[in-house]
Write a protein that binds this ligand. Structure first.
Ligand code: UFG
Length: 346
């Protein structure tokens, strides 16, 4: 019988792509989302791509403990992938309580209920490269030290990693046993090649690629490149941009590792990136070239809180998860542009 994976926050950008890949790998999926930061566009897109008209969807808030109990009473959940969290770095600085309340409570509720199941549960937490801060040595491995978080958002990622580690350590055996994996994402970008699901930022985008595509479509006048005086080859920041479909496939590998009992430790951490640094300017140039257009951009002062450069050493994920980033940055940027055109109705 197919195993069932709960995807919390499954109607969002990453959750919807992960749902598609889980279904195509043969899992049953239950999508749960409070819809606080998205509409049903991506969920409908997932149904179209997978042909699953009856894909289970539960509208719920993971901060509501009773609702989480009810969800686990209704479905037998073999593994859960937890995306349900607030994610705007700037907002978290302005409203830390909102972030600590939501991101920590929802995760603790999930673990409480997962641990209350006789059969226990496998838990995959969506973490972030933000836990490494400004690294001293590049690329970063999972052994690289975590740096003090520079925002409450980043702090919730570190705290949730620690909560998962401690719970797995305490509850690794017997009834209610938990196993956990944290995936540290670098910069997820792009969209599904079908053009049916992608990123739908509310208001002015904070992240680079949605700002680029919205500028190209004419929704924004001009892209500001934040800083061209960094100590990097072209003066702009370097990141590890990981295609969203590649990233989604890493979740399928990680869930399989937990469910098939292939883990070497009850709690494991993996970097999910390409291992290739790309500067802001290189990304902009690649976008122009692959989509054959000119982007209106200017250089602007540095954005506070940005690290100069960070990219992954993905060797551990390559070897232990059997996963590797495959899509080129050009394919990814073409998919992002296709998606932007589709949502603009062009
Ligand atoms: N950038 C611009 N102009 C923009 C937007 C971004 O030049 O309009 C630059 C940034 O300065 C940075 C690069 O593009 O150098 C990437 O910026 P993003 O905002 O897309 O991504 P970040 O690396 O800042 O963000 C990532 C994750 C977040 C996480 C954050 C932690 O996407 O989820 O790291 O710092 F919280």
């Amino acid at each position: 019988m197919a195993k069932t994976v709960l995807v919390s926050g499954g109607a969002g950008f990453i959750g919807s792509h992960v749902t598609v890949e889980l279904i195509s790998a043969g899992y049953d999926v239950v999508v749960a989302d409070d819809m606080s930061n998205c509409d049903l566009t991506c969920f409908e897109g997932v149904k179209k791509i997978t042909g699953r008209d009856n894909l289970p969807f539960v509208k719920m808030d993971f901060c509501d403990l009773e609702a989480v109990h009810n969800l686990f009473a209704e479905y037998h959940i073999d593994a859960v992938i937890h995306f349900a969290a607030f994610k705007a770095v700037g907002e978290s600085v302005a409203e830390p309580l909102k972030y600590y309340n939501n991101n920590l409570t929802s995760f603790m509720n999930l673990l409480t209920v997962a641990h209350a199941q006789k059969s226990g549960c496998n838990v995959l937490f969506s973490s972030s490269a933000t836990v490494y801060g400004e690294p001293d040595v590049l690329p970063v491995t999972e052994e690289s030290p975590r740096q003090p978080a520079t925002s409450p958002y980043g702090n919730t990622k570190q705290i949730c990693e620690d909560i998962l580690r401690d719970c797995v350590k305490a509850y690794s055996e017997g009834e209610g046993a938990l196993k956990g994996i944290a995936l540290r994402y670098f910069n997820p970008i792009g969209a599904h090649p079908s053009g049916l699901i992608g990123e739908l930022p509310r208001g002015v985008p904070n992240n680079l690629v949605p700002f680029i595509t919205q500028t190209a479509i004419g929704k924004r006048e001009c892209l500001s490149i934040f800083g061209n005086d960094y100590p990097t080859p072209d003066g702009t920041c370097q990141r590890d941009y990981i295609d969203i479909v590649d990233l989604a496939k890493a979740h399928v590998c990680a869930v399989g590792r937990m469910i098939d009992e292939k883990m070497e430790n009850d709690y494991e951490v993996f970097n999910i990136g390409t291992g290739v640094p790309v500067s802001v300017l290189e990304l902009v140039n690649a976008f122009e070239k692959v989509n054959n257009l000119k982007l209106n951009y200017k250089f602007a002062p540095r954005r506070s809180g940005d690290v100069t450069a960070i990219w992954a050493d993905p060797t551990l994920a390559n070897e232990k998860l059997g996963w590797k980033a495959e899509r080129s940055v050009e394919e990814t940027l073409a998919a992002a542009w296709k998606w932007e055109q589709r949502i603009a109705g062009k």
